[in-house]
Design a protein around this ligand. Structure first.
Ligand code: ADP
Length: 506
């Protein structure tokens, strides 16, 4: 029994390995659809289950038949022994009847192997297997052997066909002389039943396999249809068709999650593409004005300016101013582009913020005498940040306060150290910003209605200053708040977290 289960296990292992090898080879060589692969896996799985079941059924049936047949033959052997032991003259006919009833062939040999009695119809069916002589036979224990057998085919005693039969050998008394009996069981009924079982199993297996292949490919095609739709939709997405989205209605599953993620990604791409487009068109628009002014003055110079000194002076001043504006704009654009590409250098180091603010205040007082610059509170704090960038951002806020505060107004610059952060505020008494404009002032190129700044010298700019300042503060994990009231003033509050600031060591 142990041997049989070992053999079965080995066969199953070989089948499993071979089918895996064949599957892998096929998958490597050819491009198969997912439907085909899923169907193939399930078909192979079903096939191996069917094979295993078939082997169990066939093995069980063979085992049971052999055991049953041996019981039968053993009983017949006992009966024959009994008949011959009784020694009556009817024993031969009793043996013949027994053989007919149980479809057995019984032959009795003397010690030399000569036939004393046989129920066999054809001499070809008689073979003597002595105790040693087991050529062409297989000893299966308990006096049973499996041996080659010849059997009469049909009604013609001359024709016969070969097969195998199970034979029980035993010692017996024939006319009070030691003899040997061989009871042969050709197991025809069992073989016929086995063939029928095999045929039924084969038909069931084929039908089951066909069902798995057909229903498997149909349902996997149905399940995978969204992928097909996705592929077609994605193929049609181009730069000009970025608003196309995958359908995410219907049942919720992993493919829907994928489609939702993909749509989210497309939203992001579309947004940044549109932003980029807007940026390029705004930048071109901004550059057009200084270029047009420069062109206008060069035309003027070309026509009359060479002779007229006044025109020459005016033109040169204007051209210089516009080219400065252009340089300023291009530098700001480059800064933002580097920020977007994450190539803008941020070189952080430890420095005293109060020292930096002092320098800025000094510089501001030097270039602006139209406003009162106040700084009553400038906390001594060592911070870890990029001093060049922090200075640039503070300059932008202060320059705005100067630009949008009429002469005579005041600008208060303060820095205070709170428990978790450092707070810098720049407050002016200028024209203020309307509530509807407040959410947009950090957007690139956004400028509040120009009519509001009429009459203020130097007001107006590129609309990029606050976008740059907010990028810098973000790079330092800080936050900006704006409080503003029309005709009262504006207060910019910057908070830098304590990760970027330290208490002074002295
Ligand atoms: P600009 O170069 O036009 O100043 P910014 O990005 O620096 O561009 O500012 C955007 C807009 O926010 C400005 O056009 C201005 O209208 C408004 N603004 C910024 N700071 C102030 C302020 N302190 N007072 C009033 N308005 C301001």
């Amino acid at each position: 029994m142990n041997e049989i289960s070992k053999v079965v296990r080995r066969i199953l292992k070989i089948i499993k390995n071979e089918s895996r090898n064949i599957y892998n080879n096929l998958i490597e060589k050819f491009r198969f659809s997912l439907t085909f692969k899923i169907t193939l896996v399930y078909a192979l799985k079903t096939l191996s289950i069917l094979l295993f079941l078939g082997l169990c059924i066939v093995g069980g049936f063979i085992g049971l038949s052999v055991w049953n047949a041996q019981e039968h033959m053993n009983r017949n052997f006992q009966l024959v022994s009994d008949y011959l032991g009784e020694g009556n003259s009817y024993s031969e006919s009793k043996i013949k009847r027994l053989a007919q009833l149980d479809a057995l062939s019984i032959t009795i040999f003397n010690q030399k192997g000569n036939v004393l009695y046989t129920t066999e119809e054809h001499p070809k069916g008689i073979d003597f297997y002595g105790s040693e002589d087991l050529v062409g036979a297989w000893d299966i224990g308990r006096n049973y052997i499996i041996a080659k057998d010849n059997m009469v085919a049909g009604n013609d005693p001359a024709s016969y066909h070969s097969g195998y039969a199970m034979i029980l050998k035993g010692d017996i008394q024939w006319n009070y002389m030691p003899a040997q009996i061989q009871i042969k069981n050709r197991m025809q009924k069992e073989i016929t039943t086995l063939v029928i079982i095999l045929l039924v199993l084969l038909v069931i297996s084929i039908l089951q396999l066909l069902d798995v292949i057909l229903s498997g490919s149909k349902s996997s095609k149905k399940i995978l249809r969204p992928i097909e739709v996705m592929t077609r939709t994605v193929e049609n997405i181009t730069v000009n068709e970025l608003n196309t989205r995958l359908d995410i209605s219907g049942s919720q599953d992993e493919l829907k999650d994928l489609a939702r993620t993909f749509n989210g990604m497309l939203d992001g791409i579309q947004q940044s593409y549109e932003k980029q487009n807007q940026f390029v068109s705004d930048a071109s628009h901004e550059l057009r004005t200084p270029i047009a002014v420069i062109q206008g003055y060069t035309d003027l110079l070309h026509r009359w300016g060479k002779e007229d000194e006044n025109i020459l002076d005016e033109s040169l001043v204007a051209i210089k101013e516009e080219s400065n504006n252009m340089k300023d704009l291009v530098e700001k654009l480059l800064f933002l582009a580097r920020g977007d590409k994450e190539t803008q250098k941020v070189e952080k180091k430890d420095f005293y913020l109060n020292d930096l603010i002092d320098v800025i205040i000094k510089e501001t007082k030097m270039i602006d005498d139209a406003h009162e610059i106040i700084s009553s509170d400038n906390a001594k704090v060592l911070i870890h940040a990029d001093p060049r960038l922090i200075k640039e951002s503070l300059r932008i806020f202060i320059d705005n306060s100067i630009k949008y505060t009429p002469s005579g107004g005041s600008i208060t610059i303060e820095s205070t150290l709170k428990e978790n952060e450092i707070q810098i505020s720049i407050e002016d008494t200028g024209i203020g910003i309307g509530q509807k404009d407040l959410p947009h002032i950090f957007s690139r190129f956004y400028r509040v209605d120009k009519s509001r700044t009429k009459g203020i010298d130097g007001a107006g700019g590129t609309g990029l200053g606050l976008a740059i300042a907010s990028w810098i503060i973000q790079m330092h994990n800080g936050k900006i708040r704006v409080e503003s009231q029309i005709d009262v003033g504006t207060k910019i509050i910057i908070n830098l977290p304590n990760t970027s600031c330290k208490l002074p060591t002295i």
